[in-house]
Design a protein around this ligand. Sequence first.
Ligand SMILES: *Cc1c(COP(=O)(O)O)cnc(C)c1O
Ligand code: SF4
Length: 314
Amino acid sequence: MIPRSAKASHGLRLASAAHADPDSTAFAEKIPAAFRARIDPRDPDDPLARQVFLHADERLPAMGFTSDPVGDLEAGVGPGVIHKYSGRVLLIATGACAIHCRYCFRRHYPYGEQTASRDDWVAALRYLEEHPDVSEVILSGGDPLTLSVRRLRTLTEGLNQIAHIRRLRIHTRLPIADPGAVARSGIVSWLAGVALQRVVVVHVNHPNELDAHTDEVFTQLRDAGVTLLNQSVLLAGVNDSAPVLSALSERLFAAGALPYYLHQLDRAQGTAHFAVCDQIAREIMHALRSQLSGFLVPRLVREAAGAPYKLPLL
Ligand SMILES: *Cc1c(COP(=O)(O)O)cnc(C)c1O
Ligand code: SF4
């Protein structure tokens, strides 16, 4: 258990760090060469460019767009440990990402040292040991696959000792942001050796993000016994159209990944220019359901602070 005083000071540190960083443009551009290579420089509306290039609209204040739109800072039970939903615990493995997505709701997060890996996972593992109702551990961030394999292996060796943990899920954009980094890192052979059931949820918003290099990483992950899912964010000017999302689902499945979630944008400050209204979102879903095999239709959801699951938008 996390002592009350530690939890209180954790909260205080988070609050003051957030206060010190009110300018949304402090989230610098970060675009790996492999992702940049998939951008068409002649297209002023390139859907990949829009996701990663800093835009003047980020400076516009917008009603209802805040720095913790999903209430994660409230749901934390210890540094980097978020137990918001029943049966699964999310670990903020690291604050770092290989790519900076302009729409990201974590862009304001005062991570500092508040990650689950900072003490070699000791507090996180203790929390999991003490919660026998938890069967799944989710690594998120930031991007957990930017950690070294040595660090990741320390965690999975610890998880192996906890009988009620059966599944490891990893939320990552690294296979898309920088597929070569996955190939070089030893991540695939680490995952192949993990005794838990393994799920990797990648993050692709537009079919142009997939190419022969990402296909190769998906194949390696599947050969290692990993179940591959995808989550997307519904983004104005990127994928707010049924033909784009339909092509994305088909392309993902051809590469071996099933569509899982399509997220309505979390209302983080500086991201309002990406918002798609619920009415349009529903119309897009209707078109997708009319065109695609059922298993190729992602679930449209919205994250709500305090809700027991991600709320479906019907
Ligand atoms: C999204 C999320 C999960 C996982 O939810 P699923 O519906 O199982 O994908 C778990 N914990 C937190 C804090 C989340 O935001
Ligand atoms: S990779 Fe994920 S966590 Fe990192 S900036 Fe992009 S959306 Fe946010």
